[in-house]
Write a protein that binds this ligand. Structure first.
Ligand SMILES: [Zn+2]
Length: 80
């Protein structure tokens, strides 16, 4: 089952961290896993390029759940 769009990043984060930790111990020793790791390498490079879109935004510091422009004041009125 695929990740729901509203939590895909949170759900993927621990798995991605586990993959990084595994690579730090050395390359996968099974061919399918090795090929998947190579594909992940390209996807991670694509992710870094796509993540440039994050630069102009931030999460509200008070946990209202909204994402706002970097210099905007949150309309929840509880911005930090
Ligand atoms: Zn807010």
């Amino acid at each position: 089952m695929g990740n729901l769009s509203y939590c895909r990043f949170r759900n993927t984060l621990p798995d991605l961290r586990a993959c990084v930790d595994a690579l730090l111990d050395g390359p996968p020793d099974e061919a399918g896993e090795f090929r998947a790791a190579e594909k992940m390498r390209q996807i991670c490079q694509d992710f870094l390029d796509a993540a440039d879109c994050l630069d102009d935004y931030r999460a509200c510091g008070k946990g209202c759940g909204q994402v706002i422009g970097l210099r905007e004041i949150c309309d929840c009125g509880e911005d930090d």
